[in-house]
Design a protein around this ligand. Structure first.
Ligand SMILES: [Zn+2]
Length: 281
């Protein structure tokens, strides 16, 4: 993975002025809709320009609402059925149903979860990120889906592996039939961390030093969160060949994606969204 010479397993597409990335492995399922959003295609201005999907970052609510309308129209999903969560950098995976519908996309959510799963068609699951790692899951045998927000804390808590386990436990099916897409997030190039995060990464037991970590010897460490999440998915039983990883770094590409670190927090939010359509996977 992360082999610069290999073709990306993601394709950039546009619809109705909204551009988004799609993982080729998930695009191959006709009964599935998914997207990893980027900055372009919305109506927000200034530091939120333009497809900001964050409702609590100070952007004008009417513009955020319009951004949701454009994205949902571009993907052919129902805005009123979109389910999100309060993301708290923990490892709770919530089983989503119609009870999670809100009056509007601007309405607050009264539960926390960093992972969402369902097997009900036409309920799009959405997670947010701006450097953190978004992961989408499709269980091809049990016709279930998942969306995961993995920042460094969630990554070290194995939220990705726990989402795979819960998909299997709740809906049947086996991890070997799960397909996963790891979206753009901060790369090892730009994710400088303290020793605490570096030590936590190594303690996951996913491989040796320098495989996904760097210690410059001067007290600076770098960690590859996308590669760690890939390895966590493999350890949970997802076949390596079923996992697509977008190697793009949100910090390096901060005009294309929102990056919390590159903007010192003055930013909008991108999202990863996935839905089963009524026909199923
Ligand atoms: Zn970078």
């Amino acid at each position: 993975m992360n082999n610069a010479s290999s073709a990306s397993p993601f394709t950039e597409r546009a619809s109705g002025g909204v551009t988004f990335m799609q993982a080729d492995n998930l695009s191959s399922f006709p009964g599935l809709v998914h997207a990893f959003t980027m900055r372009a295609g919305g109506v927000s201005e200034g530091i939120y320009s333009s497809l900001n999907l964050g409702t609590n970052r100070g952007d004008e609510p009417e513009k955020v609402d319009e951004n949701y309308s454009r994205l949902c129209a571009a993907l052919g999903i129902e805005k009123s059925c979109l389910v999100v969560s309060k993301q708290v950098h923990e490892d709770t995976v919530r089983v989503v149903s119609e009870r999670d519908f809100r009056p509007s996309v601007l309405s607050p959510v009264n539960y926390s979860a960093d992972g969402l799963i369902t097997n009900i068609p036409d309920i799009p699951l959405m997670v947010f990120a701006a450097d953190c790692i978004p992961v989408l899951l499709c269980a091809a045998d049990s016709h279930a889906i998942g969306a995961v927000h993995a920042g460094w804390r969630g990554t070290m808590l194995d939220i990705a592996g726990k989402a795979v386990e819960k998909l299997c436990a709740e809906f049947g099916g086996e991890a070997k039939n799960i397909y996963a897409a790891i979206g753009a997030g901060i790369g090892k190039c730009c994710f400088e961390v303290g020793q605490e995060v570096y030590d936590a990464a190594l303690s996951l037991g996913l491989g040796g030093e320098n495989e996904f970590t760097t210690d410059d010897g001067g007290g600076k460490y770098h960690v590859d969160l996308k590669e760690i999440n890939r390895r966590l998915l493999v350890r949970a039983g997802v076949p390596q060949e079923n996992i697509a990883l977008n190697s793009e770094c949100t910090f390096c590409l901060c005009d294309k994606y929102w990056s919390h670190r590159a903007t010192n927090g003055k930013r909008g939010v991108q999202a990863a969204v996935i839905a089963l359509t009524s026909g199923g996977v």
